[in-house]
Write a protein that binds this ligand. Sequence first.
Ligand SMILES: Nc1ncnc2c1ncn2[C@@H]1O[C@H](COP(=O)(O)OP(=O)(O)OP(=O)(O)O)[C@@H](O)[C@H]1O
Length: 532
Amino acid sequence: MSAVTMPDENVVVAAGPGAGKTELLAQRADFLLRTGQCPYPRRILAVSFKVDAARNLRERVRRRSGSRLAARFDSFTFHAFAKRVIDNFRPALTGYNALNPDYRIDPDTRIEGEQITFSDLVPLALEIVETNAYAQGGIRQTYSHVFLDEFQDCTSQQYQLIRAAFGHATAVLTAVGDTKQRIMAWAGALDGVMQTFAEDFSARPLPLYQNFRSAPRLRRMQNRMIAQMDPAAVSPDEELAGDDGVIEVLDFDTEHDEALAVADLIHDWLHQGVPSREIAILVRQQPHLVAAALGRKLVDRGIPFRNEQESQDLTAEPVAALVFNFIRVIADDRQPDAYTELMRVANRSSASEDEASRLDSQLKRMVGTTRTTVRSPKFKTGEPAAWKTLVHEFLQLVSRPVLTALSTGYQQGTRLDDLIEQALEAFDRELAVDGDAVQALQRLSEVDAIRFLTIHKCKGLEFEKVVVLGIEEQLFWDPTTATSEFFVAISRAKQHLVLTHTKHRDRPKGPTKRWDEWRTPHQGFLDFAREG
Ligand SMILES: Nc1ncnc2c1ncn2[C@@H]1O[C@H](COP(=O)(O)OP(=O)(O)OP(=O)(O)O)[C@@H](O)[C@H]1O
């Protein structure tokens, strides 16, 4: 309550998994917006590390506060925030760092003036804020409050950006994090950043003790790890009493045995009524290789799954969602939500009401005729090219200006076309699995598919059932981060945690980085699963 309602003091909340850190930020946003402590036109900035986490927080605030108030809540990743700064104040960049208005972002290569990489975003934004008083003033006037989620993973460059933008009591800051979940050490996460923040910003530390997520049996396992990682944060035994929750350790000879047993487990869970979105398969790294055998077994059983490595960031993009919704609506009659979403796009048109209603009826007509086309015997449902033509016709009807208005970055360079291309490629990839468009879309959807995630991608998320594949020394090999990674993984489970290891994993076909066929169980980690 103190952290949520704090009027003008900076706060740092350090707490374990499931203690409600993200929830606290959502509640604080609601409080500040509703009570006018963040008065119109000022805004709240929330910075997270992953696209998924930023979206999750934005959604929580929208549900609590409604769209009108939530419109003043900017939930960004560090990259998105930095890009916003660069786009708004680009002329402040000079010399080698100067950028053309239609600059692009490329994963690898920087070209002077034309193209930057993702890792250039934060340093360039920092340069703007540090050297341009106008930009600094603009940012400070915009945001009255700043939230920092998963703050334990803040790198020193990211921290410098926050300090340059919001130092000297120009905004009220709330940082939340858990030092035991610090898994980004390799990417330069600042040692003790929470402590540094507390000192630099005179932030008041406030603890949260309860874990609202996990059943007692799971909390006891987390507590055994906490005893080793941070003895001061251990919960007393009497707070963790109870038999609720399940932990299983499964030991196999090969990944094929593992795949079969886990696919059977998942099949049973689904039959018991567990929703797909409440099941997650976590892998330390390379889920597309480590979980490949399991993927094949799920396909055999007709169970949709989604490899987040490939599609997570994509489905957060409004234009990709539009493409998927269009295919969903024309391929399947029972998709009322997708249909509503699709039709909403007509009202996004900034043109007159007349034009919006014309687009609305054109869209309805087009969906009608396309549905007939797709159902005719001549239409080759298993062929990507057939769908591609329909999608392009649809996008043409929606029109370029409406598509560009879907998100701020879409005006720039080839971003919009790249995303459309990526959405179609993701669909092709899934269509190739079984030739069934409806199943392919289910695998791409968050609601209907079991998720395969790396541990890095699962941060901040929670599921009823969590399977962590490969508790093996060959996967948890980095002594500086392995324990935190394992801790993050096991603390995602609400009710049921399954840990597996196998003696042998076949070398995948094609080139791979290092791959050990023979595996050793990570006994130290498996011991945490044992009571007593
Ligand atoms: N005060 C509360 N009362 C009841 N339930 C809560 C409360 N705070 C949070 N929760 C619930 O507990 C779960 C965990 O909350 P949340 O995701 O905010 O935790 P977190 O501290 O951010 O976790 P992690 O660091 O592990 O990602 C959520 O399902 C949330 O709705």
